[in-house]
Ligand binder design. Structure first.
Ligand code: SF4
Length: 308
């Protein structure tokens, strides 16, 4: 059995930065620090930070007054920012700069009196944060698929713009954008694609891998959007693919007939988990490993100045 490792895979610059912010805040202020939502969607990362003194909360009203509060990489609504200010929290914002770019875009378009349409998954924290950038006038409207586009109840005037969640399937999003353009021919695209470089590169890497792999293992938590999208690429090619939090979740049945096992990791899954999967595969019949060539990534986002 041969192991094919996707490249790039695993941590992106936004996740690296978010974890560093929590660790540096702990070093500066001591424990506990409160993190609103999972700082990144990965069980291993969250448990590690919990053991170091981070407390994860769903809402700001779970945080006592005058504590350290960190916003997750997915970003927050304006309302959450105001709530944190009201409890006199020391705030560190771990929102990925590429999500902040989307937030700023929404605010700018709304100032120009545009109706903004957001393509994304209902209930995902990033989507809630982006919807929560709506100014008092027009609300941002969410579409998840072509059916939502068909049912959109907005005028067909010139002032419509769309934006997207950063971690969507590049291919599915293209379809939804085409449908939006069919219904609203004057709709404006963002200046630069909102799907981030890390999502795009990891999806391209899996497509390359799936040219030869018989099965795909994706390291990533169930609630990680970009990890789910990686698994779906194999699904669409009718190749079995499994999303796992670690090597202990692998079932021997999945790999027993495979000659080539593809392995990748979502943007919030650490490399140590990939190495554990590789070790598992070596223990269960693998005798060769190949790293597939892919896009080079040199993106780095610095932490806020107060934490340097
Ligand atoms: S997946 Fe993309 S948008 Fe999300 S944290 Fe990473 S770089 Fe930022």
């Amino acid at each position: 059995m041969k192991i094919l490792l996707a490249n790039p895979r695993g941590f992106c610059a936004g996740v690296d930065r978010a974890i560093e912010i929590v660790e540096r805040a702990l070093a500066l202020h001591g424990k506990p620090v409160y993190v609103r939502n999972e700082v990144v969607h990965n069980k291993f990362v969250v448990n590690d930070l919990k053991s170091k003194g981070a407390i994860f909360v769903k809402e700001i009203n779970e945080v006592p007054d005058q504590q350290v509060v960190i916003f997750s990489a997915h970003g927050v609504s304006q309302m959450v920012r105001t709530q944190a200010q009201h409890i006199h929290a020391t705030i560190y914002d771990a929102t990925c700069p590429l999500v902040t770019k989307v937030h700023k875009e929404v605010a700018r378009k709304q100032k120009q009196n545009h109706q903004v349409v957001l393509i994304g998954h209902k209930g995902h924290p990033e989507v809630e944060g982006t919807l929560g950038q709506s100014s008092e006038g027009r609300q941002v409207v969410l579409v998840e698929d072509g059916k939502d586009v068909a049912q959109l109840n907005i005028g067909t005037d010139d002032n419509i713009s769309y934006t997207t969640q950063t971690t969507l399937s590049v291919d599915d999003t293209q379809h939804i954008i085409s449908e939006l353009k069919d219904r609203f021919p004057n709709i404006k695209a963002p200046k630069k694609d909102d799907i981030c470089y890390a999502t795009q590169n990891r999806q391209d890497a899996v497509k390359a891998l799936m040219q030869s792999a018989d099965v795909l293992l994706v390291l990533g938590s169930r609630n990680s959007s970009n990890s789910n999208r990686l698994r779906e690429i194999a699904d669409k090619m009718n190749i079995p693919a499994y999303l796992i939090d670690g090597a202990d979740e692998i079932k021997q049945d999945w790999i027993k007939n495979a000659n080539i096992v593809g392995v990748t990791a979502g943007a919030s899954a650490p490399e140590v988990l990939v190495q554990e999967v590789v070790n598992y595969l070596y223990d269960h019949g693998a005798d060769e490993l190949q790293e597939v060539d892919g896009a080079q990534e040199n993106v780095h986002f610095p932490v806020p100045e107060e934490l340097r």
